[in-house]
Design a protein around this ligand. Structure first.
Ligand code: URA
Length: 236
């Protein structure tokens, strides 16, 4: 490099323009996926904020659960995730922090994700019911139906390729099958979104809180997780 080129390069570096210093020039016309992703993220944040706002402020039929809860708990994770994980309802820690799956069950969920090379930040995590039921009781059928439209709207917003249902309540809400979780797990189902006009591969498996109480079901849970991992690998 001759002296004047070197000086030029130093000057460019000093003014903070790094693109020109790359080996090959930046192609400004290439498909800018980051930019597109940012736009999708922004649109999704708006939609999800609207959903949160509606849940929080339904005036005509305010949820009974709101009265005893501290914080609304809607979602955590990525807004352009390929996989949505759906749990039951917030527990004590979730109610305190306003985030799903941050207590003991959440820690196990994080480990389950890690076991199939997924990070919590890469997936979308939500629940069927968004206010903590008193004393962590199971949500009633009426409550499940009350919150189901908001779960469906979240699925439509995120537009995932896969849904992973954690436990009986999520399975009942999304698959609405009379069969038990033991019968439904271990195979792929299809959730049909009318809005997206597509079918989403869905798997039902055990809830992490149940696995903490009944570790003998961890093997089956691991098999279900591996089914998801296989699908994700085939997409690469
Ligand atoms: N159990 C759930 O189903 N969801 C949570 O967010 C926490 C515990």
């Amino acid at each position: 490099m001759n002296q004047s080129n070197k000086k030029n390069k130093e000057f460019i570096k000093n003014v903070g323009v790094n693109y020109f210093l790359q080996e090959s020039p930046k192609n400004w016309f290439e498909k800018n996926t980051n930019f597109e992703q940012e736009e999708t993220n922004l649109a999704n944040i708006n939609k999800l904020n609207k959903i949160k706002n509606i849940i929080e402020n339904i005036r005509k039929y305010p949820s009974e659960l709101k009265k005893s809860a501290n914080n609304l708990v809607v979602f955590d994770g990525s807004l352009n995730a390929k996989v949505i994980f759906v749990g039951e309802a917030p527990g004590k820690e979730e109610d305190e922090q306003g985030l799903p799956f941050v207590g003991r069950a959440g820690q196990l969920l994080n480990k389950m994700l890690k076991a199939i090379n997924l990070k919590r930040e890469e997936v979308y995590i939500t629940n069927v019911v968004n206010w903590r039921p008193p004393n962590n009781r199971t949500p009633t059928d009426r409550e499940i139906l009350e919150f189901l439209p908001f779960l469906q709207q979240q699925i439509d917003t995120i537009n995932p390729n896969y849904i992973f249902l954690l436990g009986n309540v999520a399975t009942k809400a999304i698959l609405s099958s009379p069969l038990s979780l033991a019968k439904l797990r271990g195979k792929w189902h299809e959730y049909e979104s009318l809005k997206l006009n597509k079918k989403i591969y869905t798997i039902a498996s055990y809830h992490p809180a149940f696995l903490l109480r009944s570790p003998q079901h961890k093997k089956a849970s691991w098999e279900d997780l591996q089914m998801l991992q296989k699908k994700l690998k085939n997409e690469e």
